[in-house]
Each structure stands twice: as C-alpha cells, then as structure tokens.
Design a protein around this ligand. Structure first.
Ligand code: DC
Length: 218
C-alpha cells in the first residue's frame, strides 16, 4: 500500500485543481474519483440504463469492466475499454451521476476500483468519501469548502453548466458514504483564498505530518 492524500469537499470547491497542482509538485499520481462516477454513469446511460432500472442495472454492474490508464500523472478510467473523457460533463451525466451514486450496489463496484489504485501508486485522490470510506486509514486528509456563491462562480468560469446545489443536496444526505468532514481532516474554507494559498496550506500540512513519497521500485 502506497501513501494516499485524500481530498474531499462539495462540488466546485476547488478539490480537483488543488489536487492536480499538489500531484505535479510532489510527483505523485492524481485521481479524480468523480471522473470514475461520471464515466460509469455515462456508460450506463449509453446502454439505456437509468438509476431506477433495478435488474438491468444489476446486470450492467456485474459485467462492468473498469480499467485505468495513466496519462502523465493522471489516472483515466475506461469502461469496457472505452474512455469517456469527452462526455464526463454532459448535461445528462450531471443530472444522473448523484442519483446513481446513492445506490450501494453502484458504489461497491467503484469502491473496489478506487482502492485498487492505492496498491499501485502514491496518490492524491479527490472526491466525497475518500478520507471517510475509500482510504479511512490515511493520515493525510483534507476537506475543502467554499461558499455556494463562490462555487457557482467557479463552475461558471469553467464554462460548465452544472447542477451543484442539487448534487450537493443528494451527495450529503444519501445513506451510504455521504459527503462529510472525515474525522481528523484538515479543513480549509477557500472562499477568500487564492489557488496558490490553498496549495501552500496543503503542502505545509503535509510537511507537518511528515508525508513521504514512495515510488514503485520493483
Ligand atoms: O467530483 P465530481 O463533482 O466530478 O463528482 C461527480 C459526482 O460523483 C458527485 O456529485 C457524486 C459522485 N461522487 C461520489 O459519490 N463519491 C465520490 N467519492 C466522488 C464522486
């Protein structure tokens, strides 16, 4: 098992941008767990399956083949060998991803794929339940937040039409692995912080916690 930095927080809280900067700085692998949730959602929709389609969804999940590819320092997810990069932020994916993500059977399949990455790389992984459920034993946990207004502003600046309020509501109230501050996490309200300030804070905290990178040497 390699060291894992876990970054959680609501939609558009800056997790992904911060995590990518830290990954580049430390020379470790970056994973957006949301991209996996989105890729599987896209593949299900493409197969005409909706969150409420019980048996069809069960069969889809049983046969779902999730594989990964490394693109620079980032992990890309493939479903049945097919990448979904162009479709991750499609409106239909935005509308359905939190509905699929509420289902324990859906999460179970994805959890396994995410945990497996911890056996392969030194990681920084961002999401909703990384410090609480995926890698609860890691000592390197962060929770980023920002006001709703600021998060909406950041999403709009990316040119992405998103449903962040609806997703946040579903993501934080679901029964399984809801979005919450993991015990022991360093929390940062980034509303009034610049990207560089947040990155500096995270690096400072990692240094205080004596974060050491391990690379695969076999
Ligand atoms: O990080 P993101 O906004 O791209 O994530 C998209 C959705 O995926 C999010 O609204 C809920 C789900 N998700 C999840 O349930 N658990 C995670 N660890 C990551 C994402």
């Amino acid at each position: 098992m390699f060291p894992v930095i876990a970054i959680d927080g609501p939609a558009a809280s800056g997790k992904s941008t911060v995590a990518q900067k830290i990954a580049a700085h430390l020379g470790i692998t970056f994973v957006s767990s949301g991209e996996l949730y989105r890729a599987v959602t896209w593949a299900a929709l493409k197969a005409d399956i909706l969150p409420e389609n019980g048996e069809k969804l069960d069969a889809f999940l049983r046969s779902a083949q999730i594989s990964t590819q490394k693109l620079g320092d980032k992990v890309i997810f493939l479903i049945h060998g097919e990448g979904a990069t162009q479709h991750l932020y499609d409106l239909e994916v935005n509308k359905n991803v939190s509905l699929f993500s509420q289902l324990p059977k859906f999460r179970a399949v994805l959890l396994e794929a995410l945990r497996d990455l911890g056996n392969r790389f030194s990681l920084i992984m961002e999401g909703r339940d990384i410090g609480s459920v995926v890698f609860p034993a890691t000592p390197y946990k962060f929770y980023l937040d920002a006001s709703e207004k600021e998060r909406e502003r950041r999403r709009a600046a990316q040119g992405i039409a998103d449903t962040i309020t609806d997703r946040d509501q579903l993501d934080s109230t679901r029964k399984v692995a809801p979005l919450k501050i993991p015990p022991g996490a360093c929390t940062l309200n980034t509303t009034e912080m610049s990207l560089d300030e947040v990155v500096r804070k995270v690096l400072e905290e990692l240094k205080n916690k004596h974060f050491v990178i391990q690379h695969f040497t076999a």
